[in-house]
Design a protein around this ligand. Structure first.
Ligand code: AMP
Ligand code: MG
Length: 408
């Protein structure tokens, strides 16, 4: 990487970090506090509202990590030991009789008095049914001690954790069948533009199909949001006002389009009249124009309308905002440093999120990076982050953000 970052080069553009920080601050100022208590089966993707404190030791008793034989180490002096009991998982064993061993299976409780498990592969079963051991033994071997994973009173998950299969499994392992979660965020999605029609209808002159609505509604649903699909909003002030007013009780109005410079920005006018409006010019590409405001007290985020711009600004700005509203701490996606397999000769004044893939250990990018080309993202596995003011030669390192990190 070859930074040629001169002071003032980015001009009046707002850096991505600053826009994100402002959005997160605003999210923290209006947290969603209501909680639902729901069964684990309904909680994938939801946000934990209260710390999960263990009321159990896990495992609750020492148990065997192997199929084999359990013994008291001091009883083993090289003389074969008789087998005094067989202990399967799910059974409560008798204390181990002195001078004996016991057959034991993985997950079965270690009997009182025993301190060593030897795997069956290293055990020799003699004709008289006594057992000897071929390898040296150590106290505690192959025993999972009580509480090795968790002890009573420990905080296992913190409030603000997003629940997925693993967290839900952890709650289940502690015996919890329900958890308190933050109620769903209600998000209204509006697609602005006279040129838009919905798929399924014939395409008229000058029209294009509305793709942003599908991208955002499906994505929000995956995130566990309650989606209010506001459909297409024509470029018309009266209709914009009426539609905003009719959205009812939502936590965020998320619109696309109509924020480009030079266009009659009806959303902006409506927000100025009945709320407030900030128009940001971001050092991000694709992207740049972003609206943040309020309509009658309801936060509004207006994303740029080009499909790849919508995608990138939603992933990097609106999604973290929505997660933080629900109290999620970890809102920045993982980035991996990878070498590039392409050249980037011209430094830009905006941070670029190129739609790319990893091939043979190197990041490559889709041939057409136009902000209008959604296909670039369908081809891609992630965003290749090219910082402001940098050029790249093959082998230089960049950050790669997998799409799987943000599409949830
Ligand atoms: P705008 O931000 O309204 O100036 O739109 C920028 C570009 O994105 C224009 O080419 C629009 O036609 C296109 N666009 C806006 N909204 C959508 C949408 N919902 N689906 C697909 N393309 C859109
Ligand atoms: Mg438009």
């Amino acid at each position: 990487m070859n930074p040629v970052d001169k002071p003032g080069k980015t001009g009046a553009l707002m850096p991505v970090e600053e826009a994100l920080q402002r959005l997160l601050d605003m999210a923290e100022a209006t947290p969603i506090r209501e909680q639902d208590v729901l069964p684990l089966a309904d909680l994938d993707g939801r946000v934990l509202a209260q710390d999960l404190i263990s009321t159990l030791d896990l495992p609750p008793w020492p148990n065997s990590a192997m199929d084999g034989y359990v013994l008291r180490l001091s009883d083993w002096r090289g003389e074969p030991l008789p087998v005094s009991q067989r202990i399967f998982a799910g059974q409560a064993p008798q204390p181990l009789a002195a001078g004996t061993c016991a057959r034991i299976f993985t997950g079965a409780p270690v009997p009182e008095g025993a301190d060593c498990v030897e795997m069956q592969e290293n055990a020799v079963l003699h004709a008289d049914e006594r057992v000897s051991f071929s390898e040296p033994l150590q106290a505690g071997q192959n025993i999972r001690p009580r509480g090795q994973e968790t002890t009573v009173g420990e905080r296992v998950l913190t409030a603000g954790t997003r629940l997925g299969p693993i967290e839900l499994g952890l709650a289940a392992s502690l015996g919890r069948d329900r958890l308190s979660v933050v109620r769903r965020v209600r998000v209204a999605v509006l697609s602005t533009g006279d040129e838009l029609i919905e798929p399924g209808l014939p395409l008229g002159p000058g029209q294009i199909y509305n793709s942003n609505r599908r991208v955002l509604c499906s994505w929000l649903a995956r995130m566990g949001c309650e989606v209010i699909d506001g459909g297409i909003l024509p470029d018309d002030l009266e209709q914009t006002r009426a539609r905003l007013a009719g959205l009812g009780n939502v936590d965020l109005i998320l619109s696309t389009g109509g924020v480009s410079v030079g266009e009659a920005d009806f959303l902006g006018i409506a927000l100025r009249e009945e709320g407030e409006l900030a128009l940001w010019k971001l050092a991000i590409k694709p992207g740049k124009p972003l609206t943040f405001g309020h309509f009658r007290g309801v936060p509004v985020i207006g994303l740029p309308g080009n499909p790849a711009s919508t995608l990138v600004t939603f992933a990097l700005l609106a999604r973290p905002y929505l997660l933080r509203r629900q109290g999620v701490h970890e809102v920045t996606p993982l980035r991996f440093e990878v070498p590039v397999g392409f050249v980037w000769p011209k430094p830009g004044n905006r941070r670029e999120y190129l739609r790319g893939r990893i091939e043979q250990g190197k990041a490559i990018i889709y041939r057409n990076q136009s902000s209008g080309v959604l296909r670039s993202a369908a081809w891609a596995e992630g965003f290749v982050e090219v910082l402001e003011g940098t050029t790249l030669a093959v082998g230089d390192r960049v950050n790669f953000i997998p799409l799987s990190e943000v599409l949830n």
